[in-house]
Design a protein around this ligand. Structure first.
Ligand code: ATP
Length: 416
């Protein structure tokens, strides 16, 4: 007889009281409906690891929507249901919980989404990626807290191993290759020997995955605390080159990612710009289309690459601020910061910082209306004067509205 392990204590201690209360209620309501209810996936793994995880995933043997609707009434939460998938999301006061009907999955063709049928908790656990993610905690009264661990995930957690459930796992869904590397590096675990062999064998299966799904995996990697560890491991195993053969997960990238974390920008655009930094224009375009990047992310990569080509100009220590401004304005923040981090030249870095911290905020005091009042007619000439004023402001040649007016008058007098 396998040992019965109960995690009720861990649930009480590690989850906020509000969520614990919810789980108890949910178990009672499910039982009242004649259904079984389980906490599954990442949160169970993290309860055993004592890691904080408030993303609650529940699996219902029966009908998740029916349970979610009744729970919404009782707890006063908001519910969103997807009848096609038999799933629901419950939200209340800053918390949310996902409920799904237990299912079984079969893959007819590698890389495509599986055929889904209603199933039991056992089939639902069997469809999962790794043993450490294929555990459940029963929530109905009587069984409350009981751990279901049909694939020995707890033992793998103890031995710090990432192990697939069966030898076709990466063929069915090669995104699990990226997922495996992500968990391995996040948790400081090892891919179990046979899993590692299967992973290497099945790297070509990544070709069966759509650009959207690969991009999604990359985004999830960028949400990790240290994405560079995943990319470095991916390079060593020959996985990174499936994104693009010229990408590198080396010490340069690690150092730049580390520095990127002290910037206040959203990290994922910046990480991507740094990852793609050493690509040529052509390779950059290949990556953009392979990952089906959004217009704005694609633009960030193009901007970054374009600015990289201008850095030679910015290396001149005698550059006037107005020239620095002209070279740097119009680029996205991520492109600027990626180049700031990537450049080795203190002069270039100084110019980018000057632009970021000061020049981009500098504007002339005089407006078009002021110029009209001074007798300058609207038109291309006025535009030119405004640009020259802007330059004079940037270079510190004028410091006040009064000085700007004098300058405009002088130009007018000279017929300039
Ligand atoms: P994280 O801690 O990164 O949020 P998670 O374990 O909660 O990870 P999710 O991606 O939110 O992971 O997925 C929830 C669960 O669904 C996983 O724990 C895993 O059991 C299962 N799962 C997710 N993606 C796959 C997949 N591609 N193949 C098989 N099972 C998967």
């Amino acid at each position: 007889m396998p040992e019965v392990i109960n995690l009720a204590d861990k649930v009480e201690k590690q989850l906020p009281a509000e969520l614990v209360g919810f789980l108890r209620t949910a178990g009672e309501v499910a039982a009242g409906q004649g259904q079984s209810l389980y906490l599954v996936g990442g949160v169970v793994r993290d309860l055993l690891l004592r890691r904080v995880n408030l993303d609650l995933d529940l699996v219902v043997e029966g009908d998740a929507i029916k349970l979610a609707l009744q729970l919404a009434e009782i707890t006063g939460g908001k519910v969103i249901t997807h009848s096609r998938f038999g799933t629901a999301k419950l939200r209340w006061q800053g918390w949310s919980v996902d409920l799904a009907t237990a299912r079984s999955e079969s893959y007819t063709k590698p890389g495509t989404l599986p055929t889904v049928k209603p199933g039991s908790i056992d089939t639902d656990l069997f469809r999962r990626d790794f043993t450490i993610n294929a555990m459940a905690v029963e929530l109905i009264p009587g069984g409350y807290g009981r751990l279901l661990d049909p694939h020995r995930g707890k033992a793998d957690l103890e031995h710090q191993l990432i192990r697939v459930l069966h030898e076709k796992s990466f063929i069915d869904d090669a995104t699990r290759i990226w997922r495996g590397l992500r968990y391995e590096q996040r948790l400081d675990f090892q891919l179990e020997t046979d899993t590692l062999k299967l992973l290497k064998r099945d790297i070509p299966m990544l070709e069966t995955i759509s650009g959207d799904r690969i991009r999604h995996e990359l985004e999830r990697i960028f949400q990790e605390e240290y994405p560079e560890k995943v990319l470095s491991r991916a390079e060593k195993l020959g996985v990174l080159s499936t994104l693009h053969p010229s990408l590198k997960g080396d010490s340069w990238l690690s150092e730049k990612f580390r520095q990127a974390r002290s910037s206040s920008l959203p990290l994922s655009g910046l990480y991507l710009a740094l990852l793609a930094y050493r690509l040529t224009d052509e390779e950059n375009e290949q990556l953009i289309s392979h990952l089906k990047l959004s217009k704005s992310l694609g633009q960030t990569l193009r901007d970054t690459n374009h600015l990289k080509g201008e850095l030679g100009w910015l290396a001149d220590p005698a550059l006037a601020p107005s020239r620095v401004y002209r070279l740097l304005h119009g680029y996205s923040q991520s492109a600027l910061i990626a180049n700031l981090l990537a450049s080795d030249s203190p002069v270039v870095q100084g110019h980018i910082r000057l632009f970021r911290d000061k020049l981009r905020y500098v504007k002339p005091s005089l407006t078009g209306n002021d110029l009209i009042k001074m007798g300058v007619p609207p038109g291309p000439r006025m535009k030119e004067i405004l640009q020259q004023l802007h330059g004079a402001r940037l270079d510190g040649k004028v410091k006040s509205k009064k000085e700007e007016e004098e300058l405009v008058r002088r130009w007018a007098a000279r017929g300039k």
